[in-house]
Write a new protein. Structure first.
Lengths: 313, 297
């Protein structure tokens, strides 16, 4: 039942994204318009995929570090991505893919560093070390980024930050294909880990006793969620909030079992981000809002309402 | 007796001091004084002789009114006129390096009015260095800036003359000299797309060259828009600030090819030295833009 509702909502959101836009196309012109096929459709699909990826990554990371404040970008990824993007511009790397690729490499580099920190001294990805290491690596990367920006004297660097704040202006079928080719593997790995993730919620030792390979599980989930987030950064910059709130939303509505949680988080994240992007490009037309602002404006009230209902009952 | 003498001498000193103070109050009124765009009164005892300019446009204006030889500091971006390059640089100026500026021992620092610069101006004033904060986003702001810089440097006549030239340029023509002028978009950045609105000198520059900025309805100097909006507004030309005529890297991307002017490669490459700032060469910039509009297929 819930899947029917969510699928319906997803289709409605995508339809709305195709129908409305700043260009005010007459309805009859829609099917043959390049604006619909080359701009609106890839943009809506990309927003949906990125929202879904962030929802799933957030859900798995919150389960992994057993901390409700965990966000896919908290573990140093946004800092690393920012450093990569700014370095690409400062070094004048050529080609249209230089910026996203550099952001991806930066995010993966930060992830590797945090991962290494998490394994030091036999800590075996202790959630506390992951969180602290993530914040520290992120701060370090941000410091180098700021140093680059203030020393390099290139006006273009200001625009690297604009890109990094996130958005789907650069969406095309190519970016959609990149995401479609890349995302299924980490998504599949995470969905396959649904049952052990449920066990992990009981604590590491009980999970071990109940037959979960905790050591392997933590490594696999951490890597898959981070790689998923790094791909999202590469195609859309850092979009906050979706990965933090969507998991909580889904948990409040549909319960704590990851077998349901992960697919619903994918659909909910996709719906939220696709709807937010449609609003971002239409409400202040001809101007456009950064999509992260809209996700927060949409998500926070819903979240606050649910929290209230949850604490009252 | 002795004590009495001391007292009268003291009284005399006090009286002298009072006279001196009174004179001191009146003295600056004899020197040049203007009100800057932060609403502050800037009064100098004598016309400025050691000036630091913290915006390329101000450097150009100072040279144009014959006060260039009084510059003792400029930003790293001030590259026009060529004589400006002989002036020592005090860094990139965003934000100003207060110590480097003060080390030039200026008697006047000219700053573009912004939050960071207002703070820097306060710090300089505390060091006893006079500062003036001026607006310079639109072509209309060139004349008042030239006039006030003329007053402060004792080049009032030259400042007024430049101001009149700038005023006559801006008030010259109607927005659209022909019934259906060619249209353009100034594209500052591609992802996210940032365009120039009516708050920028470029908007007016386009109008004077006989072209319509398709984002004239945006009041801000620049704004983020979507590719879809650019496609819907369908400008005849894409104007980019670039010193080379190489097509931008986004030109071949499918999402950008939805914009007809990108598909037809109708780019105007405007050199940053002339078009990247409002200044005394605005008339030249208008002519140059018009020439490019006429010659670009």
């Amino acid at each position: 039942m819930k899947y029917v509702v969510l699928a319906g909502a997803a289709l409605a959101t995508l339809a709305a994204a195709l129908l409305v836009g700043p260009a005010n196309l007459p309805f009859a012109d829609l099917p043959g318009s390049a604006i619909v096929w080359q701009l609106r459709l890839p943009r809506a699909v990309l927003a949906f995929l990125v929202g879904g990826a962030l929802g799933v990554a957030g859900t798995s990371l919150q389960a992994l570090v057993r901390n409700p404040l965990a966000d896919p970008f908290l573990l140093g990824l946004s800092g690393g991505a920012g450093l990569g993007a700014v370095a690409a511009i400062a070094l004048h790397l050529p080609g249209p893919w230089a910026l996203p690729l550099a952001a991806f490499v930066g995010a993966v580099g930060a992830m590797a560093l945090v991962y290494r920190l998490g394994l030091m001294g036999g800590a075996e990805l202790d959630p506390r070390i992951l969180l602290l290491g993530g914040v520290a690596v992120g701060a370090f990367a941000a410091a180098i980024t700021t140093a680059l920006v203030s020393l390099a004297q290139a006006t273009e660097l200001r625009n690297a930050f604009l890109w990094l704040w996130g958005g789907f202006s650069g969406a095309s079928w190519t970016t959609v294909l990149v995401m479609l080719a890349y995302a299924p593997l980490p998504l599949g790995v995470l969905v396959a880990s649904a049952r052990p993730l449920d066990l992990l919620a009981l604590g590491e030792e009980p999970a071990q006793y109940l037959g979960a390979d905790v050591r392997r599980l933590k490594r696999v989930v951490y890597l898959a969620a981070s790689l998923l987030t790094a791909a999202a950064v590469a195609v859309a910059g850092v979009i906050g909030f979706v990965g933090l709130v969507v998991p909580h939303l889904c948990r409040l509505v549909w319960g704590r079992l990851h077998r349901t949680l992960l697919p619903t988080a994918f659909l909910t994240g996709g719906i939220l981000l696709a709807a937010a992007d449609t609003l971002a490009r239409t409400v202040v037309a001809p101007r456009e809002l950064p999509v992260g602002i809209v996700t927060a404006l949409l998500g926070v009230p819903v979240f606050a309402f649910l929290l209230r209902r949850w604490t009252v009952s | 007796m002795r004590r009495w003498t001391v007292r009268t001498h003291l009284a005399g000193l006090v009286a002298l001091a009072a006279v001196a103070c009174a004179r001191g109050e009146h003295a600056p009124a004899a020197g040049p004084a203007v009100t800057d765009d932060a609403g502050r009164r800037v009064a100098l005892a004598v016309p400025a002789r050691r000036i630091v300019s913290l915006l390329p446009s101000f450097t150009e204006i100072l040279f144009a009114i014959g006060a260039g030889h009084r510059l003792v500091g400029r930003t790293a971006w001030c590259d026009y006129p060529p004589a400006a390059l002989a002036v020592p640089s005090v860094g990139d100026g965003i934000p100003p390096n207060v110590e480097a500026v003060a080390a030039r021992r200026p008697d006047l620092v000219v700053l573009y009015r912004s939050g960071q610069n207002a703070t820097a101006a306060e710090q300089l004033e505390r060091l006893g260095i006079r500062t003036v904060l001026l607006d310079l986003n639109r072509l209309e702001e060139l004349a008042p800036a030239a006039r006030r810089l003329g007053v402060l440097t004792g080049r009032t006549a030259a400042g007024d003359s430049l101001a009149r030239a700038m005023d006559s340029l801006v008030s010259q023509s109607p927005e659209s000299p022909t019934p259906s002028p060619v249209s353009l978009v100034f594209l500052v950045w591609d992802n996210p797309p940032i365009v120039i609105g009516a708050g920028s000198y470029l908007d007016r520059l386009a109008g004077l060259a006989g072209a319509r900025n398709v984002f004239h309805d945006i009041a801000a100097p620049s704004a983020q828009v979507s590719i879809e909006t650019i496609a819907a507004r369908n400008p005849d030309f894409i104007a980019v600030l670039s010193d080379t005529a190489a097509p931008p890297r986004y030109a071949g991307r499918p999402e950008w090819r939805v914009v007809p002017a990108v598909r037809k490669r109708r780019f105007l490459f405007l050199p940053g030295g002339l078009f990247g700032r409002p200044g005394p060469r605005a008339r030249e910039a208008v002519r140059e833009l018009r020439r490019r509009l006429d010659t670009t297929p």
